[in-house]
Design a protein around this ligand. Structure first.
Ligand SMILES: Cc1cc2nc3c(=O)[nH]c(=O)nc-3n(C[C@H](O)[C@H](O)[C@H](O)COP(=O)(O)OP(=O)(O)OC[C@H]3O[C@@H](n4cnc5c(N)ncnc54)[C@H](O)[C@@H]3O)c2cc1C
Length: 390
């Protein structure tokens, strides 16, 4: 038996023994997801058990070094763990922007004290992070951001506004982009800074959404004092940290259909409608399912490629573009197949599943905007992958 086979057998045995059966079901609603942080909420005893067992093993972040609270797994072992979890249908024990996006850039750009201060509690699911990048006039053109950070002794004093901050009202800390040199070329005057959401002067206002539920907030900074030691990667060096973080965000968004977000087993729902709908619909559903399968196989190959490459911005953009467009098209197809049964957000006379299909049909449209819109991904692919002139 090779080392990999022994490790695979151990992992399988541990998961079988420790992942409660109810944590092996697909994620269907928000309540199936556990968001880490100081206000962590468990909706069942099994959710808590699964979270605690994975946390105690360091497997909330299995690939991080043990010194920062991770599981210390090698990339090869990490792939085995992911594969075994997928095979058993294990849910993610915790959801947290910190783990998907901030953690990897802290590992790359953070100083030792910054890593110890932030990665260890993140690895234990104790801090919930939000992302303060977009501003009212800086979305796709992120480098135009205007939120100002002015040095004053050991601190920066931050004044300005962020928008579309997902779960800003529930987060403990924010990682943000701020302008520290208004005279420099726009990408060169930006710093990447971490701030405690309890700091005086931060005002968070929730925003409404078409799908009835909202995760969005506006965040205002009124002379917010943040220690300069919370700048990551150097003052005025924030753009390269941000670009790297966006690669991780796009890679994370490429896993939406593999249980990372609430979704629907298209075949199970479609079966109830296909007999009445006829052969053309059968073909359309089959084509969508084949696309989904092809993406998931390509994704596994690209993950290996990303592990080996320095600059993976083009790869993560391709994956994000295809996955989010596919998820949006899949829910559009389901919605068309179900007709008016999928056209209510909250009326009586509809099943919870029908209401959820409608909600997700609307919500998946946002996937093609979040983390950089599809048009922006096409621009990046044109420039970085195809080398087309700009
Ligand atoms: C679900 C969701 C969650 C989000 N969460 C966060 C968050 O937590 N934190 C955060 O900071 N932001 C967040 N955002 C904001 C997101 O990053 C921005 O919405 C996105 O970058 C687009 O910016 P914008 O909305 O200002 O649109 P704009 O930049 O105004 O773009 C409008 C339209 O113009 C197109 N366009 C713009 N420039 C170009 C170009 N050069 N070439 C071709 N087409 C172009 C765009 O594709 C788009 O269709 C979230 C967004 C969504 C939908």
């Amino acid at each position: 038996m090779s080392g990999s086979d022994t490790f695979r057998a151990e992992v399988r045995q541990w998961l079988e023994a420790n992942c409660p059966p109810s944590m092996r079901m697909p994620v269907k609603t928000d309540q199936d997801m556990v968001w880490g942080g100081s206000r962590i909420t468990f909706h069942s005893a099994d959710q808590r058990l699964w979270f605690e067992r994975m946390r105690d093993r360091g497997w909330l972040v299995p690939g991080w070094p043990k010194a920062y609270g991770g599981g210390g797994l090698e990339p090869r072992e990490l792939r085995i763990l992911e594969k075994e979890m997928r095979a058993l249908g294990c849910r993610q024990p915790q959801y947290n922007l910190g783990i998907w996006m901030l953690g990897p850039v802290l590992l790359e750009f953070g100083t030792e004290p910054q890593k110890l201060e932030h990665l260890v509690p993140m690895a234990r699911g104790e801090v919930r992070w939000c992302q303060g990048f977009s501003e009212p006039s800086a979305g796709s053109d992120l480098a135009s951001l205007r939120t100002a950070a002015v040095r004053d002794g050991e601190d920066f004093v931050i004044t300005g506004q962020k928008i579309w901050t997902s779960h800003g009202d529930k987060a403990d800390w924010m990682y943000a982009l701020v302008r520290t040199d208004p005279q420099a070329k726009k990408q060169q005057g930006i710093s990447f800074i971490l701030l405690d959401m309890k700091t005086p002067g931060i005002i968070v206002r929730p925003l409404g959404l078409i799908s009835g539920k909202s995760e969005f907030c506006e965040v205002f900074f009124d002379a917010v004092r943040v220690p300069a030691r919370h700048v990551i990667g150097g003052v005025n060096q924030g753009w390269r940290v941000a670009k790297k973080l966006l690669e991780h965000e796009r890679a994370a968004m490429s896993t939406l259909s593999s249980g990372a977000a609430p979704s629907f087993d298209m075949l199970t729902i479609a079966k109830s409608y296909l007999d009445a709908a006829g052969p053309v619909w059968r073909d359309r559903v089959a084509a969508a399912l084949m696309d989904q399968q092809a993406f998931s196989l390509t994704m596994r190959r690209l993950q290996e490629l990303m592990l080996a490459r320095e600059d993976a911005s083009g790869v993560s953009s391709i994956m994000k573009l295809v996955q989010t467009e596919q998820e949006s098209a899949k829910h559009e197809l389901l919605q068309q197949l179900m007709g008016q049964r999928a056209l209510s957000l909250d009326s009586e006379g509809f099943t919870p599943e029908e209401l959820a299909v409608c909600r997700f049909w609307l919500y998946t449209k946002s996937y093609t905007i979040a983390g950089g819109s599809s048009e922006i991904q096409l621009n990046i692919i044109a420039r970085h992958v195809l080398g087309l002139p700009t």
